[in-house]
Every structure is written in structure tokens, then in C-alpha cells.
Design a protein around this ligand. Structure first.
Ligand code: TYM
Length: 352
């Protein structure tokens, strides 16, 4: 039977990129007829690789849990838990740290880009590695531990997590080889490449992210209808005057500037319609109408999520959130305990 694991950092309310890239798949996988174990985790230990305010982090963790429930993850079908509640993650991360070399981790791009942001550097500038936080550097090993701890087979994530998954696969193979076992299945990323959502601002636009300083660059799944309209209205497009284009043929998504293509992608994610069916309706018109309709499509999609989030956040439901977390912690711990003791036995550090 398949084992599905995925995680999200509690660094704020999830945005459309998180939702279309990952969370919507989390929900979909619940309805698979296959026998499966689903584990979805709010990964607080990963959040600590960047500076955090303790009070805000606590609030963000609760908001992230409520968001996952609001998008439709059912705690009866999936084990929903806080990573930091299950100490086995950190323990396995240590064991895996002992099996990976610095050269391999240096080839990962995540720490470099985070450090570039921290040091306020351009993309091509060499970062000062002596300032590199060790936790941030070994972040992908902790992620591999998350996945391998449950002997995961499938990992529903956005495109940007592929390199992390590749390391998890390598480590699974390495342990299997060195320990002469087939204990770890090779975890497979389940991604939808069409669903890489870009930031609404910035040139060239990067992926939509929770950490970008300008809040208008992302749409949170709890944003009000007015705020969505405002953010989409001010989203970067291009200076092409669509009405002045001589070429009559309808362009492909790939022919459009990134900002415009992104609006079509978002619309397609919201309505389920193919971009090739949407583009002809707006091509050769000014972007105003497209933007108004994109904002409306987003609002239609997230209005029920927003309402459910607000319901879950009411004081009388605080107990429900704690209960979900407690049940998740218990179920995750049980699997983690069983698997980790087998891994420790493979390494010769079992209880004597
Ligand atoms: P995080 O918290 O950055 O993002 C959560 C999920 O959202 C996806 N995502 C996107 N997809 C499409 N377009 C975007 N603009 C976009 N931005 C984010 C991410 O790919 C991710 O699937 N390292 C992970 C958390 C993690 C994890 C794990 C994931 C820790 N352990 C084990 C899977 C398995 C992260 O920072 O995700």
C-alpha cells in the first residue's frame, strides 16, 4: 500500500502557489480508492532555519493547521500533525546527517537563495558562506528524514521541491545499499508542472512565496474579495498593447510574458478550464477585463476556504484544533516509533 507524506512550513497563511502546487493535491489524494496511509505535516523545525518571532510562529502554526483543514484535508482520512511534536524526525535527521557529505549539500540551491536574500545580494553574487546557518544548510536532510521516517512512496509537492526529493531518494538508496536491505522505498515526487504559480510582482517574477517582503506579490487563501481585486489589479503584466497586435493567431501560454501567462495559469487552476480555451476569450484586449475575471475566479475558488478558515479560528473551535493535533501526533508517533527502531537496529544502535 502506498504511503503519502508531505509538509508545509508554518511561515504564514498558505498562498495560491501552496494551494495549487501542493494542498489541492493533498485533498485529491484522499479520494484515491487505493489502500494508503496519508501523512500531512506542518513542519515547524524547518521554519526555525530562518529567524522567527516565537509568538508569531505559534500563531502561524495554528493558522497553517486551520488552513489545511479549511482547504479540505480530512483528519479522519489523513494523519495531520506538527512535525515538532514527533521527535523522531530530528533523530532520523541526525542519522542521515552522518551519511551525507558537504559537497552534496552545497549543490542544493535553496540555502544559497535564502542566504542571498538575507545578505541582500543579487542572484549571481557569491554568498558569504561563513554566515550560513547550519540548520539551513542541512534543511534538505531534515526533509529527507520527514519522508523516509514513514517509508513514504509518494510526495505531493510543488515543482520547487524536486531537488529536495532527489536527495531523499539518494539517501534511501544509500542506506539500502550500505545496510544491505530494501527497507526504504524510493519516494516519488507527485507534481503538476502546469501549476507553478509566480509572484504577482517583481521582474523577472520569481515563484509566489510566503517570504517575499511585498505582501501584494501573493494571494493568501484567506484574502478578502477586495484585497484579491486590488492585488490582481496591480499585478505586473507587460507594456504590450494587446489591441495593437497585428498577428491574428492566438498565442500559446509560452509565448506570453510571464506576468500575463501567470494570470492565465491562475485562472485555469481556479476554473479547471485549459489555458488554451481561456486565452482566445481575452487575447487582443486590454488586460483590465482579464484581471477582473481572474480576481473573480480566485474569489469564487477561495471564498468557501476563507469562510471555513474563519469558522475554525473562532475561539470556540480552538479545542478542535488542539484535538486534531493531538490525534495526529499520536498516530504519526506510532508509525515513526516502529520505523525508527528498525532503522536504529539496522545501524546497530538499538536498545540493548
Ligand atoms: P513550503 O512551505 O515552501 O511550500 C509548501 C508546498 O507548496 C509548494 N509551493 C508552490 N507550488 C507552486 N507554486 C508556488 N509558487 C509554490 N510555492 C510553494 C511547495 O512546493 C510545497 O509543496 N521544504 C518544504 C516543506 C517540507 C516538505 C517535507 C515537503 C518539509 N518536509 C517533506 C514535502 C515532504 C517547503 O518549504 O514547502
Amino acid at each position: 500500500p502506498r504511503v503519502v507524506f508531505s509538509g508545509i512550513q508554518p511561515t504564514g497563511v498558505p498562498h495560491l502557489g501552496n494551494y495549487f502546487g501542493a494542498l489541492s493535491q493533498w485533498v485529491e489524494m484522499q479520494n484515491s480508492p487505493e489502500p494508503q496511509t496519508l501523512l500531512y505535516s506542518v513542519v515547524g523545525l524547518h521554519a526555525l532555519t530562518m529567524p522567527q518571532d516565537a509568538k508569531k510562529l505559534r500563531e502561524d502554526r495554528l493558522n497553517t493547521l486551520a488552513s489545511i483543514l479549511a482547504v479540505g484535508v480530512d483528519p479522519k482520512k489523513a494523519v495531520l500533525f506538527f512535525q515538532e511534536d514527533v521527535p523522531h524526525h530530528a533523530e532520523l535527521a541526525w542519522l542521515l546527517n552522518c551519511m551525507v557529505n558537504i559537497g552534496r549539500l552545497k549543490r542544493m540551491t535553496t540555502w544559497k537563495s535564502k542566504l542571498q536574500i538575507q545578505q541582500n545580494l543579487d542572484v549571481d553574487t557569491e554568498v558569504d558562506e561563513s554566515g550560513l546557518n547550519l540548520g539551513l544548510f542541512t534543511y534538505p536532510v531534515l526533509q529527507a528524514a520527514d519522508v523516509l521516517l514513514y517509508r513514504t512512496t509518494h510526495v505531493p509537492v510543488g515543482e520547487d521541491q524536486r531537488q529536495h526529493l532527489e536527495l531523499a531518494r539518494e539517501l534511501a538508496q544509500k542506506v539500502n545499499r550500505v545496510m544491505k536491505t530494501d527497507f526504504f522505498p524510493l519516494p516519488m515526487a507527485v507534481t503538476n508542472p502546469a501549476k507553478r504559480i509566480l509572484a504577482l510582482r517583481g521582474s523577472p517574477p520569481k515563484k509566489m512565496s510566503k517570504s517575499a517582503p511585498d505582501e501584494r506579490s501573493r494571494i493568501m487563501i484567506t484574502d478578502s474579495s477586495e484585497y484579491i481585486q486590488h492585488k490582481i489589479k496591480t499585478a505586473v503584466t507587460d507594456s504590450v498593447d494587446p489591441e495593437a497586435i497585428a498577428d491574428e493567431s492566438v498565442p500559446n501560454l509560452a509565448d506570453l510574458s510571464p506576468g500575463v501567462a501567470n494570470l492565465y495559469t491562475i485562472m485555469s487552476c481556479c476554473t479547471g478550464e485549459d489555458t488554451s480555451d481561456i486565452i482566445p476569450r481575452y487575447y487582443r484586449q486590454r488586460y483590465g477585463r482579464l484581471k477582473a475575471d481572474v480576481a473573480e475566479a480566485i474569489n469564487a475558488k477561495i471564498a468557501p476556504i476563507r469562510a471555513e478558515f474563519e469558522r475554525l479560528k473562532r475561539p470556540e473551535n480552538a479545542g478542535y484544533l488542539t484535538q486534531v493535533a493531538a490525534e495526529g501526533r499520536e498516530r504519526a508517533s506510532e508509525i515513526a516509533e516502529k520505523n525508527l527502531s528498525q532503522i536504529k537496529a539496522l545501524l546497530g544502535i538499538q536498545r540493548i
